[in-house]
Each structure stands twice: as C-alpha cells, then as structure tokens.
Design a binder for this molecule. Structure first.
Ligand SMILES: Cc1ncc(COP(=O)(O)O)c(C=O)c1O
Length: 390
C-alpha cells in the first residue's frame, strides 16, 4: 500500500512539473561552483557575503576540533555544552544588544522549539501569509489558533488583532526578509500594533543577519527597533557562512527555552567546531562592512537590470531577487536553459511559493564580479525573450 501511495504521489508531482531533485556541488561553495564536472556561476545560494568557504571559518573550526574534538557527545543539558557554544551565545547576544541568547541546531528546529514551547491551545498566533515553512510548522505543532494575515498587510493584521479576545495570549510573527520574495517586513507597524493589542513580537532574521542594518544586525537595527522586539531568531547558515541558529531575547526568555523548548532539550548539541566557525563568521560580519556594501551594490545592479528588461521581480528590497514566471514547468525550463549556459539559478515552485507564482530565485553575493553580473543579465535577457517573458 505504501509503495502505491509513494509511486502515485511521485507521478503526480512529475506530471505537475513539481518533482524536485538534488544537484551535487563538487568542491567549494562560492560565486562559482562545479556541477557535473562543469564550472558554473552560482546565483542561488544564501551565502550573501561569500563566507561559506572563507578559510578563516575553516581555520576556526579546525582549531576547535583540535581543542574540543568533533562531536558534542550529548545534548547540551547533559554533557554536550562546550566553550565554543557559550562564546557564540555571548557574542550574538552582545551583537544584538539582548540580555542572552540560545543556540539551536538549525533555524528550522529553532522555530519549532521556540514557538511550540511558548504558545499552545487557547493562545493566538498571527503570522504573515508568506512566512517560512519552519514558522508554519512551529505554529501547527504548538496547537495555538493560527491566524494568517495577508502578506505585509497591516490592515489585515490590525483587523485580526481587533477581533481577538483581549485576555488571550498573542504572538505576531514574521520573517524579517521574506525568503522567496526578498521584501522586508513592515516591522515598525507590526511593533506598534503589538503594543496596541498587547501581543508579543517574534522576528525571524534568517535572511536579515549580515544583510540589513548599518552593522548587519538585521531588520531590527535597520528600523531602529532595538529593545522593542521580544524574540529575535536567526541563523548562521546564510550570510554568516556557517550553520546553526540562535534565539536572542531577555534572560528570562532564554531560561524558559532551556527548560521548555523540546527541540533544544532532546537533541545532541551542535558540534562545537560549527559554533566556532559561526563565531568567526559573525566576527567577519562586524569587521568587514565592505562585504555588505559590495553585496548591496551588486544587488542594486541586478535588480535595476532585471526591472529595466521588464521582468516581474515583485517588491524585492534585498539580495533575494525573484523572477516570476508563474508556470512551474516554465520555471524549470528557464533554470535548465540557464544552467546549460553556465549559470545556476534554481527554480522555486509551489508549495514553497503560492500557486501560479513559480519563479527563479536569483540571489546576489558580495563576491560576484562585474563580469559575473553582466553575464547573468545578458543570458537571462536572451532566455527571457526566447520564452516570451519579456
Ligand atoms: C526565514 C527562514 N527561517 C528559517 C530557515 C531555516 O533555517 P535553517 O536552514 O538553519 O534550518 C530558513 C531557511 O532555511 C529561512 O529562510
């Protein structure tokens, strides 16, 4: 029976142009990667600052392996808590200007653990319609009432908050940079509504850390909202070039999560060398603002170029630049033609994005050269014309 179910599901996905496959990268992760023995330009990673293969991260991890070994050996509450974990938690809390921080093994399980430990049956969670899957899954796991407001629509959010009973425990949760659309959440308005209706605010800065704000602290810094967001979650797996996630907030919040977040308690600690590499990534974010400046320069160049050609790039404001082609099969076709021409941009299809909004998700890095950028624009233009998209 299970075989029939699997076969039917896979067939259906294939027929609808939604079947996914994994491509293997041979060698290092940067602006140029090797796939199937061919070097291609990489325009789809979240490695915005080009740190994923920075030798300094590798050296930090190696030094930790020498000093601390490889595996954590146990959950952090048993005997798997190392100096590297502690140092990273202290540094990210200091960087974000919060009392404390707690590491989680990934952003996905951070969202599951934070949301489901703090909220449950009888509570209400107000979530942007385009929030990341890990937020949605965290809400579903919590059992709280799930209220989806229209994307970045503050009237929709205000109406839902107004209709909610005053006595109910409420949370408003949003991506800071929307991972598939590249726009920035209207955080000042969210914070104002939260104050008005006595709700807490949680922000997922997965794509905000290292990208937004004068010092790369994220959307909270970008909007000058320090001290006004209750829960700041984010990851080291994107701009910081490493792996793992954090939750920053009050000492009280972190103490609560250590005691109640099941995805923190019941899992082996992150290998300490990964925490050491994340710490190095964070240090580079602080010390090398020129990387962020270059990333923004490259972002503006590509966004303007694609817009001038007439592509639909939605309301992107960041290095995540969608090229909406709507049809799923067409998006795969576009991606394959790009790959044949030496450029890797993966197609993003439902259910990752809403129906009929399949797209190429172009992402820009600090390390892309002017030649790389011009090559992308020129090839995308040719294929876009052939496919009657522009
Ligand atoms: C907004 C957002 N939150 C959370 C995650 C999950 O983070 P991780 O890859 O560390 O699990 C991602 C992407 O992966 C994301 O885009």
């Amino acid at each position: 029976m299970i075989e029939t179910f699997i076969d039917q599901t896979l067939l259906e996905l294939t027929q609808r142009g939604l079947k996914r496959k994994i491509r293997t990268i041979e060698g290092r992760q940067n602006r140029e990667i090797t796939i199937d023995g061919r070097k291609v330009l990489n325009f789809c990673s979240n490695n915005y600052l080009g740190l994923a293969d920075d030798p300094r991260l590798g050296a930090a991890a190696t030094a930790s392996i020498v000093a601390e070994g490889f595996g954590a050996g146990a959950s952090r509450l048993v005997c798997g808590n190392f100096s590297s974990h502690q140092k990273l938690e202290d540094c990210i809390a200091k960087f974000k200007g919060t009392e404390r921080a707690l590491l989680f093994n990934t952003g996905y399980i951070a969202n599951m653990g934070i949301i489901s430990s703090l909220y449950g049956r009888g509570d209400m969670i107000f979530s942007d319609k385009l929030n990341h899957a890990s937020i949605i899954d965290g809400i579903l796991l919590s059992g709280a009432e799930y209220k989806r407001y229209a994307h970045a629509d503050m009237e929709s959010l205000a109406a839902m908050l107004k209709a909610a009973p005053e006595s109910v425990k409420k949370l408003i949760i949003t991506d800071s940079v929307f991972s598939m659309d590249g726009d920035i959440a209207p955080l000042p308005a969210i914070v104002a509504l939260a104050k008005k209706y006595s709700a807490a605010v949680m922000v997922d800065e997965a794509h905000g850390l290292g990208v937004l704000g004068r010092n790369g602290k994220g959307a909270v810094e970008h909007f000058g909202l320090e001290g006004q967001v209750d829960i700041q979650m984010g990851t080291f797996s994107k701009a910081a070039g490493s792996f793992g996630a954090y939750c920053c907030g009050s000492a009280r919040l972190i103490d609560f999560l250590i005691n109640k977040a099941r995805s923190f308690i019941y899992t082996t600690g992150l290998p300490p060398n990964v925490a050491a590499a994340s710490l190095k990534g964070l240090e580079i974010i602080v010390k090398e603002p020129q990387r962020r400046e270059k990333m923004w320069e490259n972002t503006k160049f590509i966004t303007n170029g694609l817009k001038e050609m007439g592509f639909d790039t939605l309301n992107t404001q960041t290095p995540i630049i969608p090229i909406v082609v709507k049809d799923s099969s067409l998006s795969v076709d576009f991606s394959e033609k790009l790959l044949a021409a030496g450029i890797f941009v993966s197609a993003i299809r439902p259910p990752t994005v809403p129906a009929n909004t399949a797209r190429l998700r172009v992402t820009v890095m600090a390390t892309h050269t002017t030649e790389d950028l011009n090559r992308l624009l020129s090839i995308v233009k040719t294929i876009g014309k052939e496919s009657c998209l522009i």
